[in-house]
Design a protein around this ligand. Structure first.
Ligand code: OGA
Ligand code: MN
Length: 292
């Protein structure tokens, strides 16, 4: 049965009901979900208390699992699946961490507009985030659709961005936030280059491809490139483009990293926030859009 969809924003995002994510998908249903994703870019599935196995099985319909920065940090995990990513402030022992702990740097980095794993040779396609425990207030997550942002670009800015290439680094935001890395860690993820404007493989629409991991524009000075990235990001994240999700335990939200940006919002770090993320690999962009 196809899920029923209800738009939650005038430009993108739909709530999907009438589907049970605790059960195995069929190829038909996975294709329906992919078609809905191509159109809406973010799907909200309320009341889906999936477990780890179910989340992994669901994600794998959409590509191999991406392990993102787990490749660099190699932290202890509270999850049995190696590709499950902890979002929030709970450590491997299930405790709320101290605000000064290194884990919090990653969580703070997530509060900058970004696209998951845009810093990798194989970037993220779909991310799936499942909420277990959320604070009483704060800790919402926001998304924007970079296709809608592209369509609304002023002509001069569109002309500046078109044909340009940005460098994305896993460490740019984290160094800015005060973290430090060994040469060996830095070497695990050399920077990668993506067109600033490209075609979204799912919908054929033109899209911006920005995010906090973009640290430079090829062929521009540092200063000029960073200001262009800043101006494009300010344009793309205007309030009218933003969908804000207030989490409830059991919510599952799925988004397309190829054409959206997202960020977490501030919350009281002493309040427990516990979510679980899986991401599938974007093999198409890796093959067709990577710039050597
Ligand atoms: C993520 C992410 C932001 C948040 O799960 O990839 O960036 O709400 N989350 O914590
Ligand atoms: Mn993220």
């Amino acid at each position: 049965m196809a899920p029923s969809l209800r738009p939650l924003h005038k430009l993108f995002v739909a709530e999907a009901r009438g589907i049970d994510l605790t059960r195995k998908l069929t190829a038909d249903l996975a294709a329906e979900i992919e078609a809905a994703m191509d159109r809406h870019a973010v799907l909200v599935f309320p009341d889906q208390p999936i477990d780890e196995d179910q989340q992994v099985a669901f994600t794998e319909w959409f590509g191999p699992l991406d392990t993102g920065l787990l490749k660099v940090f190699k932290r202890k995990s509270r999850f049995k699946h190696g590709a499950m990513i902890a979002i929030g402030n709970v450590n491997a022992d299930g405790e709320v961490v101290e605000p000064g702990e290194r884990l919090i740097v990653s969580q703070m980095a997530n509060q900058l507009w970004h696209s998951d794993s845009s810093f990798q040779r194989v970037p993220g396609k779909y991310s799936i985030l499942a909420a277990q425990v959320v604070p009483a207030s704060g800790g919402d997550t926001e998304w924007v659709d970079q296709r809608a942002a592209h369509d609304a670009l002023p002509e001069d800015l569109r002309a500046l961005a078109e044909g340009r290439v940005a460098e994305h680094s896993a460490f740019y935001t984290r160094l800015w936030l005060g973290d430090t890395y060994s040469e060996a860690e830095l070497a695990i993820m050399p920077l990668v280059r993506w067109p600033l404007v490209r075609t979204h493989p799912g919908s054929g629409r033109r899209t911006l491809f920005l995010g906090a991991h973009a640290q430079a524009v090829v062929g521009m000075s540092r200063a000029e490139g960073r200001m262009l990235l800043r101006e494009l990001t300010e344009h793309a994240t205007q309030p009218a483009f933003v969908y804000r999700h207030q989490w409830r335990p059991g919510d599952v939200v799925m988004w397309d990293n190829r054409c959206t940006l997202h960020r977490g919002r501030r919350y009281d770090l002493a309040a427990r926030r516990e979510l679980r993320r899986t991401t599938s690999e974007d093999l198409i962009s890796a093959r067709e859009q990577w710039v050597a």
